[in-house]
Design a protein around this ligand. Structure first.
Ligand code: ADP
Ligand code: MG
Length: 267
């Protein structure tokens, strides 16, 4: 399986039809994400970021083009539990403890034909810094801690592709910074491929190796991000000239009147 892409989109068109009216968030989208990569997706509200994740996870079928996850259909990847999701709302079961919430997909998986070794829930809780909280209930945790539980739960099936839809969007900025560092550490330890949707240009620039900039009605742009990788002094990275310049470039690309520039950046 060396060299296989984690995610490949070729000429993908997304379309919703509601009451005879069609909405096309994007079309002709092509992407190749390599195994172990960390990509961010940014763009204004309504440009189709969540739709992209739904296409990748087989929750929505493409109106045109193909979606391949580790060289297989998205449907098969989902069935094999190669894909996991983290949303903005952690959606934990309130009557289950932290440990029981993390175990949930694992329990469901036992009934299926899944034979791949999974992560141990206890190890994942240690990974996200919650080893002392196994028996707490969700209501006893802060928002940031609940989101850590959601991440541990998503990882329990050892997904090869982790889809994150504005996972830290509801958290305040300092907690978000901490979770960004935590996520980089988790990414380094699990080697999972990540596709991360965010509104925050700073977050995208900080986390990703590559950034997909989506615009309503315009082709996508792919930028190389700035991510020297875990181990780099994070606080200094946020203050570096390259980092500030990348955010400025992202901001320009997000603006509505930069069509020529967009065309120039495309490869
Ligand atoms: P984003 O996540 O970037 O804010 P979405 O992917 O949620 O954007 O939505 C992209 C477009 O598709 C929007 O115009 C939205 O109204 C429309 N859309 C999303 N989901 C549906 C749906 N289930 N039915 C119809 N239209 C939808
Ligand atoms: Mg969305």
């Amino acid at each position: 399986m060396m060299g296989a892409t984690a995610l490949e989109l070729i000429g993908v068109k997304a379309e919703y039809t509601v009451g005879g009216t069609s909405v096309v968030p994007f079309q002709n989208l092509s992407l190749r994400v390599m195994p172990g990569a960390f990509w961010s997706v940014i763009g204004p509200s309504g440009c189709g970021k969540s739709t992209l994740l739904r296409l990748v996870s087989d929750l929505v079928a493409p109106a045109a083009g193909t979606v391949k996850v580790f060289s297989e259909t998205a449907a098969l990847a989902r069935q094999k539990r190669d894909i996991a999701f983290v949303f903005q709302e952690p959606t934990l079961l309130p009557w289950r403890t932290v440990l029981e919430n993390v175990r949930l997909p694992f329990e469901v998986g036992q009934r299926g034909s899944v034979t791949t070794p999974r992560f141990k829930p206890e190890d994942l809780l240690e990974l996200v810094g919650l080893s002392k909280w196994h028996h707490a209930l969700p209501q006893q945790l802060s928002g940031g801690m609940r989101q850590r539980v959601a991440i541990a739960r998503a990882l329990v099936t050892r997904p090869r592709l982790l889809l994150m839809d504005e996972p830290f969007g509801a958290l305040d900025e300092l907690i978000r910074d901490d979770l960004n560092d935590e996520l980089l550490r988790i990414w380094a330890e699990t080697r999972t491929t990540i596709l991360f949707v965010t509104h925050s240009l700073t977050e995208a620039a900080y986390l990703s190796e590559r950034i997909l900039v989506m615009r309503v009605g315009l082709p996508e742009v792919v930028l190389d991000g700035l991510n020297p990788g875990p181990g780099t002094d994070a606080s200094r990275r946020r203050e570096s000239i390259e980092f500030v310049a990348l955010i400025a470039e992202l901001r320009r690309l997000m603006r509505g009147n930069q069509v020529e520039e967009l065309a120039a950046v495309r490869d």
